[in-house]
Design a protein around this ligand. Structure first.
Ligand code: WTA
Length: 637
């Protein structure tokens, strides 16, 4: 697979034809795609799946190593092409350009570090690092030897890291001593040390020195990245793995309970992410692609690393934040590297749109050809601002709908090939069959009329997560029980009369804050850990930059304790247990929560109060305590 080959759809008619074929003959369609890749052994069967069980297998019988596809193949064809261009947080520090050849050497070298520390195929390795090339190197090194990486976003707290390490029994932790994000210094190793007090499965910690600051190291357990590299060979043959061998685990919030370790496997994920990358963004050989996500999220896994590198593209990684040293940092980077494809999130667009437009105008953005958006619905205003000021109305915006669970882009325009429409993710990619379900749980078939309901997918696609680590039952319950035979996304959707989809947002207790999925239950659990708190309920409310922010309703054992300093303690508690991104923006102390007779909190009502939409509270007659609604409303913060 190369960026441009005959799989890249070039016209709308071709899209229609390809889509049709992908639905009528999925196996023949995906076989043609898969044949573009390097396999050590071809499959016996392209697809065997049953959403009722649920069980999904792609390319059964095949073996491969994904890094042969991301690295070795391109080293043969274009060794000196840049694989990764890295821009540091501090604009005065040098950027780094790493060619495919150099990346291959670094990955192999580090793969030997993993081996000499006892890591083997199937072992889990936790990676908790800032956005530096070594994060990419560490993940690819795991893939090189068939170890399973579990990347934890570096903004998460020590408790969050520990619980993820323990859930999947990681043997090794790879981290950095500390780093800067904007003006903030983050002491990552110290956070790790706290986490490591409760992670018995960890045998080795590899520490990359991002700064010269001193670092505490535990004898026998902690080793410096560079010291280990000195001892390691530079060559490392790729380990052959089965197509369904897990490539990585990535945790995502659920509406209840602890985070779900979504398991992605190798063959299907590679084929799915690369094909969708190639077709959604429509890159040319010399294009420079930049996705601003963090690799700690699925967007970074699929569309900073695996998709772009398998396609042989040049992918940009940025360590910093859009506001440092000033609000023009994104635009400065686009100018600096002559970025052609720029993929970001609505929350970033909204926060930059608030700044003086001079920040954008100061920079030459003529290199841009395609813009992308992901993570949450993009509102009309942000869409137009992005289109007018950044794309100068000549760059198609691909609004890509997908999820950690789907692994690859599901619904999106193909840049310059299919039409865009503000606030619509538009049409499904080839191989993706969305369906809208009504309140009776029946599919609303497409018949040229508009439809609205819950968004499901009715047939397997290659990059779907295969299970939840150690909990297949939860996988079944979460995604395959609401609509037997269908994958349920947890999102609502509207479909227009020609078949374009618009995502209307989550329909469960997941709130998307600044593009990050946050389950309300774990945040409530964190708040409830405070000794003065008896109960709490979290809901989302609209926020003009973050999309949504969190509103916490908290009941105390003793209402006299209701003070601002207690609010601060509650926020700190959330920060410590989950991470700063989960801190509630507003906290209201209440004496009671509206509950149904069966004791279930009526979040619908709390959501309306938080959003100031109280003219129609809906039916409150089923409440055990209807009076409380007025009381809460009166004291709203
Ligand atoms: C939301 C991110 C509207 C959606 C790749 C989904 C979107 C959740 C879009 C998954 C979009 C993502 N338009 N909503 N283009 N993209 N979402 O797992 O609610 O972090 O279910 O994956 O983000 O978030 P996740």
């Amino acid at each position: 697979m190369e960026i441009r080959d005959n799989l890249q759809i070039k016209t709308f008619a071709e899209y229609k034809k390809t889509y049709q074929k992908s639905i009528e003959e999925p196996e023949a369609f995906w076989k043609t795609v898969a044949e573009k890749f390097t396999w050590t052994k071809k499959w016996d069967k392209v697809l065997s799946a049953d959403f009722k069980k649920p069980e999904v297998n792609w390319f059964q019988g095949a073996t491969l190593n994904i890094t042969q596809n991301c690295l070795d193949r391109h080293v043969k064809n274009h060794p000196n092409k840049n694989a990764i261009i890295w821009e540091p947080n501090d604009p005065n520090e040098e950027s780094r350009h790493i060619t495919y050849k150099q990346l291959q050497v670094k990955v192999c070298n580090f793969a030997n570090v993993l081996k000499q520390n006892g890591i083997e195929k199937g072992d889990r390795v936790c990676i908790y690092m800032p956005m530096i090339p070594e994060l990419a190197i560490a993940m690819l090194a795991c893939a090189r030897i068939g170890a399973i990486h579990s990347i934890v976003f570096a903004g998460f707290s020590s408790k969050a890291v520990a619980s993820r390490i323990n859930d999947s029994g990681c043997k090794m932790l790879i981290t950095a001593n500390d780093y800067y994000r904007g003006r903030k210094s983050i002491k990552l190793k110290e956070i790790c040390d706290e986490a490591l007090e409760n992670t018995p499965s960890i045998e080795t910690v590899i520490v990359y020195r991002r700064t010269v600051n001193p670092t505490s190291m535990k004898e026998g357990r902690d080793k410096f990245w560079f010291d280990e590299l000195q001892k390691a060979y530079a060559e490392c043959d790729p380990v052959e793995v089965e197509a369904e061998h897990p490539l990585f685990i990535l945790y995502t919030s659920g509406s209840t309970g602890k985070p779900k370790g979504m398991v992605h496997t190798t063959g299907g994920y590679m084929v799915g992410t690369t094909y969708t990358f190639q077709n959604t963004f429509q890159l040319n050989e010399k294009d420079i692609y930049w996705c601003t996500a963090d690799i700690g999220w699925i967007t970074g896994h699929s569309y900073i690393i695996y998709g772009p590198l398998c396609a042989g593209a040049t992918t940009v990684m940025f360590e910093g934040v859009p506001s440092y040293p000033d609000f023009d940092r994104f635009w400065e980077i686009i100018e600096k590297f002559k970025i052609t494809h720029f993929y970001t999130a609505p929350t970033a667009i909204r926060s930059l749109a608030k700044q003086n437009v001079k920040h954008v105008e100061k920079h030459n953005l003529e290199s841009l050809k395609v813009l992308g958006s992901v993570g949450e619905p993009i509102n009309e205003e942000a869409w137009h601002w992005f289109n007018d000021n950044v794309g100068k109305t000549k760059c198609p915006i691909v609004d890509t709908w997908w999820q950690t669970e789907t692994g690859s882009i599901m619904i999106s325009p193909l840049a310059g090939v299919t039409a865009t429409r503000p606030t619509f993710a538009t049409l499904p990619l080839p191989g993706v069959q969305p369906a809208i379900m009504d309140d009776e749980r029946n599919e609303i078939e497409f018949d040229g009329k508009v439809a609205e309901g819950k968004l499901t997918i009715k047939a397997p696609w290659p990059a779907i997560a295969r299970t939840i680590w150690n909990n297949h039952q939860r996988y079944k319950e979460t995604y395959f029980s609401a609509y037997p035979g269908y994958y349920f996304s947890g999102d609502g959707a509207y479909r227009d009369a020609v078949g374009n989809y618009r995502i209307t947002g989550r329909v469960d207790d997941v709130v998307i804050v600044s593009g990050h999925n946050l389950g309300t239950a774990p945040i409530e659990n964190a708040i409830n850990e405070h000794e003065k708190v008896s109960e709490s309920a979290i809901v989302g409310f609209p926020h003009d930059v973050k999309g949504n922010a969190l509103y916490a309703y908290v009941i105390l054992y003793d209402h006299n304790d209701a003070t601002n300093s207690l609010k601060q303690e509650i926020r700190d508690m959330v920060s410590k247990n989950i991470g700063a991104i989960a801190k509630p923006q507003k906290i209201q102390f209440v004496t009671e929560l509206p509950k149904t007779r069966s004791g279930k909190i009526m979040r619908r009502i709390l959501r309306k109060i938080a959003a100031n939409q109280t003219e129609n509270m809906g039916d409150t007659s089923t409440l055990l305590n209807p009076d409380v609604v007025e009381e809460i409303q009166k004291k709203k913060v």
